[in-house]
Design a protein around this ligand. Structure first.
Ligand code: ACO
Length: 329
């Protein structure tokens, strides 16, 4: 990496990928019922806004869906893999313990030599990765980055725990972020508070050739809900102040797609009209680090998010972590 520093970084292309198997609430409820677990389409929609999610077929790894999203983003940016000198991949479901899934994606795309690493900030992972890529570009460590969020969350779901397994899905989203003289990313802010590690975690690990502890998602839903709404509001206000912008001037707000009630509460507190929210949670479920780039790509490809518009990305998740990025598209 011999790049010279740039004034700004900008998103020049977006892409995403959803596994073909769409599982609606009724199909999931029937699957759970076979194990004696009761849930319903009505309960899931009312509490979360989720109607369906996509699950990969057995054996499909995170790198595979990450590559597909990255290829779409590269096409949209008009870039070839060899022009990329940084691969940042946000995931909590890496292919292997090591090396990083970013390195595996780098190899599959035929990119060599630039930096590649995973970012682990659970559902805030994409916001973390985008802010890190922006910093690296502005300080001359890179010129053109692939920033990806990709998850195969289905493999860490306990389908006997109805309080968590109905919430999540699999998918991937990506952007190409390039050095630029024109402002793209205007302000970013990242936070974590490890005192809340236990309210959302997968408390297991691999040791001595076996899984030790509990390898499934565990969550205190109400504690997460309360924390999420407050921190999303404060971090959003903070990036707006940094950028000298007003909430009323935001064209699009793209929060982490965890739950429609969290998203609506965050928008109302900030004073952003609900019609300026990009919402995909109803069709994707919560895809953790992939949810924001998936929603961004959906907004772009549906013709809603376009050049010159301002976009506020908001992440929140396990750790507890949270962050926001304000950008001009
Ligand atoms: N189907 C049917 N009933 C259910 C289900 C289900 N899938 N899950 C829980 N219930 C039951 C409970 O057992 C409980 O029954 P009870 O009253 O007989 O004891 C009842 O529904 C209410 O349970 P609560 O946990 O109080 O439900 P709540 O309204 O809090 O909704 C939810 C649960 C959706 C998880 C909510 O707390 C929430 O949205 N939390 C935010 C967490 C979140 O979105 N996490 C996503 C990952 S975190 C992130 O991405 C930041």
């Amino acid at each position: 990496m011999n790049a010279s520093s740039a004034s700004y970084s900008r998103i020049t292309g977006t892409g995403s990928y959803l596994p073909p198997h769409r599982v609606d609430n009724n199909e999931l409820a029937a699957r759970l019922a076979a194990d004696g677990i009761q849930t319903s389409d009505e309960w899931i929609i009312e509490r979360t806004g989720i109607r369906a999610r996509h699950f990969v077929e057995p054996g499909v790894q995170t790198s595979e869906i990450a590559v597909r999203a990255a290829q779409h983003a590269l096409e949209a940016a008009g870039r070839k893999p060899e022009e990329i000198d940084l691969v940042l991949l946000a995931t909590s479901t890496p292919d292997m313990v090591f090396p990083s899934t970013a390195c595996i994606v780098q190899r599959k795309l035929g990119i060599h030599g630039g930096a590649a690493f995973d970012v682990q900030a659970v559902c805030t992972g994409f916001v973390y990765a985008l802010a890190v890529a922006d910093s690296m570009i502005r300080t001359g460590l890179a010129t053109r980055a692939l920033v990806i969020g990709a998850e195969v969350f289905s493999r860490i779901l306990d389908f006997k725990d109805r309080t968590t397994c109905v919430l999540f899905g699999d998918g991937a989203g990506a952007v190409v972020l390039e050095a630029s003289d024109r402002p793209g990313i205007l302000a970013s802010e990242l936070h974590a508070d490890g005192r809340h590690v236990d309210i959302l975690c997968v408390p297991g690990q691999v040791a001595a050739g076996a899984v030790t502890g509990d390898p499934f998602v565990r969550m205190d839903g109400q504690a997460v809900f309360k924390l999420a709404v407050g921190v999303l509001d404060s971090v959003s206000r903070s990036v707006l102040v940094k950028a000298g912008r007003e909430a009323q001037g935001i064209d699009w707000m793209i929060p982490h797609q965890a739950n429609i009630r969290i998203m609506h509460s965050a928008a109302r507190r900030l004073g952003v009209p609900l019609e300026r929210l990009v919402v995909t949670v109803h069709e994707h479920g919560n895809t953790s680090a992939a949810s924001i780039p998936l929603a961004l790509d959906e907004g772009v490809r549906s013709g809603r998010v376009g050049p010159g518009q301002s976009v506020l990305l908001q992440g929140v998740g396990g750790g507890f972590t949270w962050g926001a990025v304000l950008l001009d598209f």
